[in-house]
Design a protein around this ligand. Sequence first.
Ligand SMILES: [Zn+2]
Length: 97
Amino acid sequence: MILNKWNCKKHEYENYKVPDEWNIKTYGNSMDEIINCCKCGKKIKFGDSYTSLEVHTEMGFGYSVCEKCYEREWKRREKNRWKRCWYMINTKINTEW
Ligand SMILES: [Zn+2]
């Protein structure tokens, strides 16, 4: 199965392949359904999963990830937000002042 993974450095989606036997979901049939984390493949209950910030469907819905992967994504996003912020401040200064 091929999903879309957001590349926060390039600011575009890239193909992200997961094994076909993984049960990856954007929504569960029940909170107790056992699904795979779309990042590390770990089996988790849907009720314990988080919505990925990086791996999305065509429509932009996030797939479920485990807590550890979610934490990693979140940290990466924060780091990049800071970088972008500094970049914006610097360009603003360079162009307007
Ligand atoms: Zn995971």
